[in-house]
Write a protein that binds this ligand. Structure first.
Ligand SMILES: NC(=O)c1ccc[n+]([C@@H]2O[C@H](COP(=O)([O-])OP(=O)(O)OC[C@H]3O[C@@H](n4cnc5c(N)ncnc54)[C@H](OP(=O)(O)O)[C@@H]3O)[C@@H](O)[C@H]2O)c1
Length: 247
């Protein structure tokens, strides 16, 4: 299963916490080289130090995914340091749920900038290298909210539906270049994601739903499963939930 992970150069956005951090730890333990992007440099530097201390290869590059030049610099740094990019994990995201009628326009804009445009900038940064290599793998993070819409989550769901559409379009277009595409749609997982909900009543509702949330390692294992397949096997979609999750 994991034999196709060792030695791969994997770039991860949103690597400073939650799903991204757990994925970096698991892939590193399986022999991948990980290049970590996020805004909180102290966090990704500490993680990189931890992984290299354990014998792995890791690089931290401060990255705001809303800035396309910074996302390009992240991927360029991976290629400069390690000669190639095998996997691009477009994971950075936020979920500031609120009812539309509260008109949290700044939250709407930020959600689109990070969850949708951030994925686009990740594709733009990595695709030229992968096309040249005639090999590569995009892993985009959607959500159960990419398949279903919930009250208070319209804008978030819109971005996650868009990530699904984008991933399917990408899948079809990169066939000639031998590039794999996977979109992963998690249900509730314990991370810092719900801390970003600023409306107290909405946050209280989310905390209730997240009582059943799964550990972040569950997500990391799905990533390892997709990467670890033989090159000719393209795992296109994974959707998982806690067994007790209704939504
Ligand atoms: N947890 C769940 O239940 C769940 C379910 C479905 C989907 N997801 C998706 O999983 C992904 C990861 O979220 P998580 O659950 O691991 O939450 P998290 O713990 O809050 O992690 C979010 C990550 O995104 C990064 N990020 C946010 N804004 C960024 C920006 N402008 N530029 C670069 N990085 C940015 C954060 O790093 P910095 O703040 O350091 O920049 C952090 O590393 C998201 O796309 C989320 O929508 C999560």
């Amino acid at each position: 299963m994991s034999s196709n992970i060792a030695g791969k150069v994997v770039v991860i956005t949103g690597a400073s916490s939650g799903l991204g951090e757990a994925t970096a730890r698991l892939l590193s333990s399986e022999g991948a080289t990980v290049v970590l992007g996020a805004r909180r440099l102290d966090r990704i530097e500490a993680l990189a130090a931890d992984l290299t201390g354990a014998g792995g290869k890791a690089l931290a590059v401060q990255t705001d995914v809303t800035d396309r030049a910074q996302v390009k610099a992240l991927v360029d740094a991976a290629v400069a340091a390690y000669g190639r990019i095998d996997v691009m994990i477009n994971n950075a995201g936020l979920m500031p749920h609120s009812p539309l009628e509260r008109l949290k326009l700044d939250d709407w804009e930020r959600t689109i900038d990070v969850n949708l445009k951030g994925v686009l900038w990740g594709i733009a940064a990595a695709l030229p290298y992968m096309r040249e290599q005639k090999a590569g793998h995009f892993i985009n993070v959607s959500s159960v909210a990419g398949h279903k819409v919930s009250v208070n989550g319209a804008v978030y769901a819109a971005t996650k539906h868009a990530v699904l559409a984008l991933s399917e379009g990408l899948r079809q277009e990169v066939k000639p270049y031998n590039i794999r595409t996977t979109v992963i749609s998690p249900g509730a997982v314990v991370t810092e994601l719900i801390d970003g909900i600023t409306e107290p009543d909405v946050a209280a509702g989310a905390r209730k739903v997240y009582e059943m949330a799964l550990p972040a390692e569950v997500f990391a294992r799905t990533v390892a499963f997709a990467i670890g397949q033989p090159d000719e096997v393209d795992i296109n979609e994974i959707l998982f939930r806690p067994t007790r999750q209704e939504f």
